[in-house]
Design a protein around this ligand. Structure first.
Ligand SMILES: NC(=O)c1ccc[n+]([C@@H]2O[C@H](COP(=O)([O-])OP(=O)(O)OC[C@H]3O[C@@H](n4cnc5c(N)ncnc54)[C@H](OP(=O)(O)O)[C@@H]3O)[C@@H](O)[C@H]2O)c1
Length: 234
């Protein structure tokens, strides 16, 4: 059975970054350590294509204690890093593709055609013959079918899954009742910009029973940040 935890840092006004194309750089070292710890507990992590486009990279676990813990748990040193991109329009030059990580792509039949075209163009321009981008590719027909994808993950023995954002990804999974827990870091700032992305895309939640009730499991304070751990009640 798959268990999913969304891990996200937000401002006091509920924003997850200053603009959709920008990485969220407002949390502290303590939050990054918290994120690294949470990721180290996972068999796989999933993030949306805009998150990858904004950061260009993913987080590599480096803390020796966390790496040792994974070893003792018979887990590979890094979880599978799965990017969800229906369009497949991902730049093969992103530094993500040079990071020492196992990578997965969740896409559609058109998305894989688009991505392969991007690789071909890149290889032709740079006189390369590289196809070393994703170890695992999950292809859905026209749209992403989360239920089907989660069955595939279960069959491949990926059980503990971290959901790293952004709002499109988290909202579509909440809408399908596929998120079990949330770790929210409240950072001490108000972003206050109209077009800064919110934590959730409310349009994607229109079809479901609201409100969604949560149970507070844990609260931590480290300096100016508060870490809230919730269980989503079904
Ligand atoms: N504060 C934090 O902790 C945190 C964490 C992560 C991200 N962020 C911020 O969040 C922002 C990006 O968030 P976002 O909401 O725009 O994007 P996102 O969820 O990261 O990515 C959206 C894209 O992912 C794919 N996707 C996601 N869910 C899908 C679904 N259900 N079906 C099909 N495709 C799906 C699509 O890719 P295609 O367009 O390729 O089809 C979609 O356009 C950035 O500013 C980033 O810095 C903040």
């Amino acid at each position: 059975m798959i268990h999913t935890t969304a891990i996200i840092a937000i401002s006091v006004d509920g924003k997850i970054s200053t603009a959709i194309n920008n990485p969220a750089r407002f949390s502290t070292k303590a939050d990054l350590e918290h994120l690294e710890t949470q990721i180290s507990l996972c068999d796989a992590i999933i993030f949306g294509a805009n998150t990858l486009r904004a950061y260009g990279t993913s987080l590599v676990i480096k803390n020796p204690e966390l790496l040792q813990q994974r070893k003792e748990n018979h887990q590979p040193s890094q979880p599978l890093n799965i990017v969800c991109s229906a369009s497949g329009k991902i730049n093969p030059q992103l530094p993500f593709f040079s990071q020492p990580l196992p990578r997965g792509l969740l896409t559609t039949s058109q998305g894989i055609i688009n991505f392969e075209e991007k690789i071909r163009d890149f290889n032709t321009k740079n006189n390369l013959n590289s196809n070393n981008y994703f170890e695992q590719v999950f292809i859905n027909e026209n749209t992403i079918n989360w239920q089907e994808f989660f069955i595939k993950l279960t069959n491949l023995n990926y059980k503990k899954i971290g959901i790293l954002g952004g709002k499109e990804l988290i909202s579509s999974l909440i809408a399908e009742n596929l998120i079990n827990e949330i770790w929210l870091t409240i950072c001490p700032l108000i972003i206050g910009r109209k077009f800064a992305p919110d934590f959730l895309n409310f349009d994607l939640l229109q079809e479901i029973n609201l409100p969604i009730n949560l149970k507070l499991l844990e609260v931590k304070q480290i300096d100016q940040e508060i870490f809230l751990h919730y269980l989503i009640l079904t």
